[in-house]
Design a protein. Structure first.
Length: 422
């Protein structure tokens, strides 16, 4: 790629410190500090928690106000999960060990911030990643040796100011469309909540369910523990997924909007037959971040090739009392998920909801024929509402692609500097 003649190309280590040391001397055990889990670095936005500092806890990455924090693992690195730390409690923070900390010394902070979002940087990092499975990493040495185009400090400021303006404009459009999409999804979620807990007849007599999360249900419906609708439940395989072999392995990320996305699966060479999946199997996500845990996906197809599932998933097979399609609608409803996640056991960065705790939750259970009617209604509604939401989602994706392309062009000299004045 050609660059302006006045732009130098220099190693990154010449213009910033990588993972600089941060002194925590003088801090008391359990003193409040900013804590930053990996999943809280969201494409330029620093979304921190306040947590108790412990000198004796797990390994972490430390940073200060003004430092750039950047994800080092896939897929967060590929997604450009990066932010500038600011407004830290006590001016210092700590977080996931899977974050790089970058402290500019001879370059403009916001120019570097944008450069780390460019396709040039990300492609170089992705090409050098090491490790197995879905969590490959960029090493610190790769970052140190990375060569970046480096215009003068004045030009860096001009580029950063230009990108501040242009990305803010695009971000405004994205925010507007995301708000519209959120309203549509909220309306859709409310419909599902009502249908799976009250049925299709708005005039049906109601009774108390005896469950605080559920409220009233149609008088002719039953309630039961979720596990009473299961013929069986099984943990996934415990072997490491090495992406080698002929058998696809579904991961947590394969559960998408109640369905199974096989394209996100790994591979394995051998598995016991009893762990192979078939049509109408349900997969329950038992371990994940709290906002993702308890999602359920339905295998709504006959697998052409052997298909199994990883250890953080649990397979559920419904018995004669429940239609799998009704269960997946109920269990993915926002009303149920909110309650189910309250039963999870939290940990740093993730939570766990065992099949035992999950199965003890009481659910509404319509007659089987009515379950089928509910499923048919929701399928018809999805046929009309889903394309509208997908169209808005597509336009959001196009705007984000435009934003990414603009950043990459600006920080690599493909946009003339005179066009950036304003």
């Amino acid at each position: 790629m050609s660059r302006p003649q006045k732009w130098e190309t220099i190693p990154l280590r010449y213009v910033c410190e990588l993972n600089p040391s941060v002194a925590f001397d003088g801090l008391d055990e359990d003193e409040d500090l900013t804590f930053l889990p990996m999943d809280r670095v969201k494409s330029g936005y620093f979304i921190a928690n306040t947590s108790k500092f412990s000198k004796y806890g797990a390994s972490y990455t430390a940073f200060e106000d003004g430092d750039i924090v950047l994800a080092k693992v896939t897929p967060c690195f590929e997604n450009g999960n990066i932010a500038i730390a600011d407004n830290l409690v006590g001016g210092k923070g700590f977080g996931s060990s899977e974050l790089f900390v970058i402290r500019p010394t001879a370059a403009e902070r916001r120019f570097l911030f944008y450069y780390f979002q460019s396709s040039t940087f990300k492609q170089d990092g992705e090409a050098s990643m090491t490790g197995a499975g879905g969590l490959k990493r960029v090493s610190t040495d790769v970052l140190r040796q990375h060569h970046l185009p480096c215009p003068s400090r004045d030009d860096q400021r001009r580029i950063a100011s230009y990108l501040d303006r242009e990305t803010a404009r695009i971000d405004g459009l994205v925010t507007e469309k995301e708000r519209m999409l959120a309203l549509l999804e909220e309306k859709h979620a409310a419909l599902i909540n009502r249908i799976v807990t009250r049925g299709l007849d708005p005039n049906a007599p109601l009774k108390r369910s005896g469950q605080a999360w559920l409220g009233e249900i149609p008088a002719h419906w039953a309630t039961c523990q979720l596990k009473r609708t299961w013929a069986s439940s099984d943990y996934g395989l415990s072997e490491s997924i090495r992406d080698e072999g002929d058998i696809a392995v579904l991961r947590m990320s394969c559960i998408v909007n109640g369905r199974i996305d096989v394209s996100k699966s790994g591979m394995i060479a051998d598995v016991d037959d009893h762990l192979l999946l078939r049509r109408n199997d349900l997969l329950f996500n038992r371990t994940n971040s709290l906002d993702q845990i308890a999602k359920v996906g339905l295998v709504d197809f006959d697998p052409d090739e052997p298909l199994t599932f990883a250890s953080y998933l649990v397979r559920i097979r419904a018995n004669h009392r429940a239609t799998p399609q009704y269960l997946v609608a109920l269990l993915n409803s926002s009303l149920f998920l909110e309650f189910a996640r309250k039963n999870a056991i939290p940990a740093i960065g993730q939570a766990n909801l065992s099949p035992t705790r999950y199965g003890e939750i009481h659910i509404p259970l319509p007659p089987k024929a009515e379950q089928d009617e509910i499923v048919t209604f929701l399928e018809r509604d999805a046929a009309t509402s889903t394309p509208v939401r997908e169209h808005i989602s597509s336009s959001i994706s196009l705007l984000k692609e435009r934003r990414a392309a603009l950043i990459s062009a600006a920080v690599t000299g493909q946009i003339p500097l005179e066009e950036m004045s304003g």
